[in-house]
Write a protein that binds this ligand. Structure first.
Ligand SMILES: Nc1nc2c(c(=O)[nH]1)N[C@H]1C(S)=C(S)[C@@H](COP(=O)(O)OP(=O)(O)OC[C@H]3O[C@@H](n4cnc5c(=O)[nH]c(N)nc54)[C@H](O)[C@@H]3O)O[C@H]1N2
Ligand SMILES: Nc1nc2c(c(=O)[nH]1)N[C@H]1C(S)=C(S)[C@@H](COP(=O)(O)OP(=O)(O)OC[C@H]3O[C@@H](n4cnc5c(=O)[nH]c(N)nc54)[C@H](O)[C@@H]3O)O[C@H]1N2
Ligand code: SF4
Ligand SMILES: [Mo]
Length: 701
């Protein structure tokens, strides 16, 4: 008999509601759940691939151990857990606690069990060598949030359903489906802005899918956004357009910001940024004159040399124009599982630079070191060298800068274990792989993305399919390892118990919020639009917004010096490389779904016609792209979408690596852009990798 199951898609940040028809253990159909109060029926092509992942013959279900000849043997769970614990403990006894490193990948934040059980596991490792995908992604957002609002998770969310003016720097929500702005059906929401007479402006070195639909697109040279933002602020103060609105009473540092931006006139930054002074002034004026407006910046301004400065200045623009904590501006969420309130004490100012990386001396943030230093921490001998690695749902060989160096580093380890569902570019280097259930086999509540959504909603998804007798959930694997490493018995909590505890003690307790309630409301519960929340929700010491933290002001000098003296482009590497997301990819790990990789080769180098002409390149020609750290080959795709001097390659490809066991992906290998990105090219302030604006050269083959 065909039955229907409702759940939230856990693949990207959009949290689309799914309606799944199934019969016994077979998925018959996946479509959007029109009754989901948040997504209202929206889905993208990746949702259907949940079926492919569930059925994928290459997906692992039981522990694997590498034999001396490099082949894999299946072993039992108890044996695997014991071996991992024994090997880690032996290495820590011999070399010290920090000899074990851990890397957490992106799917952790899309997995309730992992979110709730990773903390104790990490603690049980007692190492300072912790890494995650945060430092190739949103670290600058956390950095600005911590310094300005007192908590690293106090990230302002654009209230796009009510705004009159959306200014986007370096995000492409029509493809990414929205990020640090969970907004299922973002196309509908963007269209609605225009239908109610509002405007969308996109600032991007590529005329992206979103830019094409916007009212205006402005090309900007990669890595120079901070200068555009400074010039906008300069204009605001020069014209006297600043008006802090409701936050004026509890905002510190206005005069300091005003002074800091004085030198950055639109005329001064025009040549470096590629944005004319007139454009900057017009844009600023339109932003200030709108009833409500919000400036939003994502990956393009986060994963660049001035990521920290950019995210800070974006907050500053929202604040000084009175658009922070205002309807239609940048607002804070109030999720039913209230991570911000619960972790308040941990997230306060001070969670930065408590220790530094051994080799390069980069500061930790929130207990993590930048992943750009991971390879050198493994490769550089001396006390504190990493000798063993644990990866949890991460593929840093394809996702972090200088992937080839990291591969070499992994080969040198004494021990490595990967909690992963595939033998892929990273886990193939491990001695043991511990695979968990995934997707349709897991119960889900979005602990993270409800907290970053444009509307407050709550939804619980039970597992669709029972796991097989011998399969383990991520949280069960983490718990088994934690008890062995810590020597303490488990407290017996399950993710459901912890979730219920948080829901019943959360901000909607008076409304009877509980797991039982969510289990009854299969489509999810609407908790209403975002509401003003300040100053109550601030975590800064004096409960004021900090407009001008000193450490950020001080970084302005680096910005000026960089573009004056050290502009990274030179004769050897004259082009700037940026990335691009693709609708049918999800970072590096969904290319084993046939329906997602079919069709033309999508791992191409986009290049402007004038640049192609100057290099004598034809559309479709094979090219070699080189950077300081390596080179790759792929096809050129000539397109005036690109700004001149800038080229784009999507990330997550490069499945030609030896020893991986993903047949479909290997047949659509592509090349890895992170064999070009540089572990030394970073935002020195936050430690985030600079994946955008990497200097490269191009040669036709
Ligand atoms: N050049 C460039 N590089 C980038 C980016 C870019 O824009 N440009 N983007 C960056 C960003 S934003 C991110 S978030 C990172 C992502 O970086 P990573 O998180 O390191 O990479 P993913 O491709 O998401 O790899 C996820 C891994 O988890 C495994 N997995 C999937 N589901 C499960 C599960 O349920 N349980 C377990 N245990 N494992 C699972 C997959 O098999 C895969 O190995 O990449 C970054 N890298
Ligand atoms: N389909 C799909 N969806 C995804 C993912 C995926 O892999 N595939 N990944 C998910 C993840 S992990 C994340 S973090 C989000 C990211 O979500 P988004 O931030 O929306 O991601 P991108 O589409 O990479 O958009 C980044 C934009 O920045 C531009 N850019 C590059 N350099 C610069 C610069 O220097 N300045 C400016 N102003 N712009 C620049 C690029 O051209 C691009 O259009 O997407 C999520 N959603
Ligand atoms: S947009 Fe994201 S959440 Fe929605 S169906 Fe696609 S992958 Fe899933
Ligand atoms: Mo990400």
């Amino acid at each position: 008999m065909i039955q229907t199951h409702y759940r939230t898609c856990n693949l990207c940040e959009a949290m689309c509601g799914l309606e799944i028809q199934y019969e016994e253990k077979e998925v018959k159909r996946i479509q959007g759940d029109k009754k989901d109060p948040f997504s209202k029926g929206h889905i993208c092509p990746k949702a259907v691939a949940l079926k492919d992942i569930y059925e994928d013959p290459d997906r692992l279900k039981y522990p694997l151990r590498k034999k001396a000849d490099g082949s894999w043997e299946q072993i039992g769970w108890e044996e695997a857990y014991d071996e991992v614990a024994t090997r880690i403990q032996a290495i820590q006894e011999k070399y010290g606690k920090n000899a074990v490193g851990i890397y957490l990948g992106n799917p952790n934040v899309h997995n309730m069990g992992a979110m709730l059980f990773n903390r104790d596991f990490i603690k049980s490792l007692k190492t300072k060598n912790r890494f995650s995908a945060t430092s190739v992604d949103q670290l600058p957002h956390h950095f600005a949030a911590l310094l300005q609002f007192g908590h690293y998770m106090m990230i302002p969310i654009p209230d796009i359903d009510r705004t009159d003016f959306l200014l986007i720097f370096g995000a492409n929500p029509l493809v990414s489906n929205g990020s640090l702005m969970t907004a299922a059906g973002v196309d509908r929401r963007l269209k609605a802005i225009q239908e109610r007479g509002g405007k969308i402006v996109v600032i991007d070195p590529r005329r992206s899918e979103t830019a094409k639909k916007a009212d205006q697109h402005i090309f900007v040279k990669p890595g120079t956004d901070a200068l555009v933002l400074l010039a906008m602020l300069h204009t605001i103060f020069e014209k006297g357009w600043e008006d802090l609105g409701s936050v004026a009473e509890f905002t510190d540092g206005l005069a300091a910001v005003q002074e800091a931006v004085q030198d950055f006139s639109p005329q001064k930054v025009a040549t470096i940024t590629g944005v004319s002074a007139t454009e900057i002034v017009h844009l600023t004026q339109a932003f200030c004159q709108a009833q409500s407006a919000v400036c939003y910046g994502r990956i393009g301004v986060s994963t660049q040399v001035f990521g920290g400065l950019s995210q800070w200045l974006i907050n500053v623009i929202n604040i000084v124009t009175g658009n922070l904590d205002k309807i239609g501006g940048a607002m804070f969420t109030l999720p039913a599982f209230d991570l911000v309130a619960q972790t308040g004490s941990m997230g306060k100012v001070g969670a930065f630079a408590r220790w530094k990386s051994r080799v390069r001396g980069l500061p930790e943030f929130g207990g993590e070191l930048p992943v750009s230093v991971l390879a050198e921490e493994i490769l550089t001998p001396g006390e504190g060298q990493i000798k063993a690695m644990v990866t949890v749902a991460g593929n840093p060989v394809l996702s972090t800068p200088n992937g080839q160096q990291l591969e070499q580093a992994f080969e040198q380890l004494e021990f490595m274990v990967s909690l992963d569902i595939y033998v892929n570019e990273t886990s193939s280097h491990a001695d043991l792989i511990l695979p968990s259930t995934t997707g349709l086999e897991t119960p889900h509540y979005d602990v993270i993305f409800h907290a970053l959504a444009v509307q407050n909603t709550a939804k619980y998804s039970p597992a669709l399919f029972e796991k097989e007798a011998d399969q383990q959930h991520d949280w069960e694997i983490l718990q088994a390892l934690t008890t062995r490493l810590s020597g303490k018995p488990s407290n017996g909590f399950t993710p459901d118990m912890m979730l219920d505890f948080m829901l019943q003690g959360g901000p909607y307790r008076k409304e009877g919020m509980s797991l039982k309630k969510l289990k009854e409301e299969v489509h999810g519960v609407d908790l209403g639009p975002l509401k003003p929340a300040l100053p109550k929700r601030l975590f800064t010491k004096n409960k004021h917004i900090q407009l001008a933290p000193e450490i950020l002001l001080n970084d302005l000098k680096r910005l000026e010096d960089f573009w004056k003296n050290n502009n990274p482009l030179n004769k050897e590497f004259p082009f700037q490389l940026i990335g691009r997301r693709q609708l049918r990819s999800n970072n590096s790990w969904m290319h084993n779904s046939k329906r997602l990789v079919k069709g033309r080769d999508r791992c191409t180098l986009l290049i402007h016609p004038n640049d192609a002409a100057s290099l004598n390149l034809e559309n479709g020609q094979e090219v070699k792209v080189s950077s300081r750290v390596g080179n790759i080959q792929l096809k050129a795709e000539v397109s005036d979408e690109m700004m001149e001097g800038v080229v784009s390659i999507p990330h997550g490809w490069g499945h030609h690596r030896k020893n991986i066991k993903m047949q479909v992906a290997a047949a659509h290998a592509g090349a890895s852009v992170n064999d070009l990105t540089d572990d030394q090219f970073i935002d020195e302030l936050t430690g985030n990798a600079a994946l955008c604006g990497v200097p490269v050269s191009i040669k036709g083959l």
